[in-house]
Design a protein around this ligand. Structure first.
Ligand SMILES: O=c1ccc(O)c[nH]1
Length: 347
């Protein structure tokens, strides 16, 4: 249901304060044709209320003829910034970019962050943003979980449904997503609340069972039958099951890119204000499904790119798959047990 402009402006002011926005700094709000107009208004007013110099950079949409979905996270890599030197220059000159368009997993985003610019992605509907306004406590939990991942050499995941996955770690640093950008060069996503990393290139192995009720994104569907992934040398070499497996297989085959079958990020959800059931209450195009990615105790894995963490793999195909009822271990210690976050996983 709708939130008032006052509520959304207040939420943006809290996020900008947590992001250490200072008077006189430059904020550039990145928009495109799908940008939520109330979010744009609230981000603009909140930035101005804190004394920032505010710009808006509106870019024409791209990829519509290539993507099979209108979800901005469904077709990654090229963005309206690709080859757009003037736009990139403006963002590099900004202290803070509020991305109301979606740059995720783009080489341009990585390049802009290198110069110290902060980027905050925020494209969920206003009422979801207000419900999931980040807090210092979110940052504390997520960073503690990321520190556990940074110290680990192996993540293993098992479930009663039959998941039995082994991911050697160490090649990539973990990524904390807690909803605000408090350090120069940081990217984050509001809403969020999860820690993730990437398996060492080519080393993930075992089996992943996507069980009934587990979620496929960007399909935005709860599986009604099991999908069994065989994982060898870092790639899903077989995707087997019934109609749900057929839907996933056909969608991924449409990219005609073997790199789309690589295991991408792996981690677990830590956001108590996000819920597994929320996806079923929205039409597909009303949300990008961040409740599904961040709900506390999920095991979130994905297929596709790893350039976000410094890997070489860029592919347009990106599938996020949050699983319930998994046990996630780091070097043999339970972080999440059957879908419940334990002390180690930063309860
Ligand atoms: O915030 C996000 C969203 C999608 C994704 O794959 C990673 N992090």
């Amino acid at each position: 249901m709708p939130v008032s402009d006052y509520q959304l402006i207040s939420a943006w002011q809290q996020v900008l304060k947590l992001s250490n926005l200072e008077a006189g700094q430059t904020v550039t709000i990145l928009t495109s044709s799908a940008t939520n107009q109330q979010t744009l208004l609230a981000a603009t007013v909140a930035s101005q209320s804190m004394g920032a110099v505010v710009n808006r950079l509106d870019l024409p949409p791209v990829n519509a003829e290539k993507a099979l979905s209108r979800d901005p996270l469904a077709y990654l890599g090229t963005t309206p910034l690709t080859g757009n030197k003037a736009a990139i220059a403006a963002l590099k000159e900004s202290d803070l970019v509020l991305d109301l368009m979606t740059l995720l997993f783009s080489p341009e985003q990585i390049d802009i962050l290198k110069g110290g610019t902060k980027i905050l992605l925020a494209v969920e509907p206003p009422e979801i943003l207000v419900r999931t306004v980040p807090t210092e406590a979110d940052r504390t939990r997520v960073k503690a979980a990321a520190a556990r991942i940074a110290a680990a050499r192996e993540m293993t995941v098992v479930s009663e449904a039959g998941t039995d996955l082994r991911c050697p770690l160490g090649e990539f640093h973990p990524i904390s997503e807690y909803g605000f950008v408090d350090e120069p060069g940081r990217w984050d996503h509001w809403p969020s609340g999860f820690a993730l990393t990437f398996p060492n290139e080519g080393q993930a192995s075992g089996r992943i069972v996507i069980d009934k009720g587990d979620i496929l994104l960007p399909q935005k569907m709860y599986c009604s039958s099991q999908i069994i992934l065989t994982v060898e040398n870092g790639y899903a070499t077989k995707i087997e099951g019934g109609i749900d497996a057929d839907l996933l297989n056909e969608y991924m085959a449409s990219f005609n890119d073997p790199e789309g079958y690589a295991i991408s990020h792996i981690g677990w959800g830590l956001q108590p204000r996000c819920h597994w059931s929320t996806l079923g209450l929205y039409d597909r195009e009303q949300t990008i499904g961040m409740d599904a990615r961040a709900f506390e105790g999920n095991f979130l894995f994905s297929l596709g790119p790893n350039n976000e963490a410094g890997g070489k793999r860029t592919t347009a195909c990106h599938i996020d798959i949050p699983l319930r009822h998994c046990t996630v271990r780091l070097d043999g210690e339970d972080m999440v047990r059957n879908g419940k976050v334990l002390d180690g996983g930063v309860k």
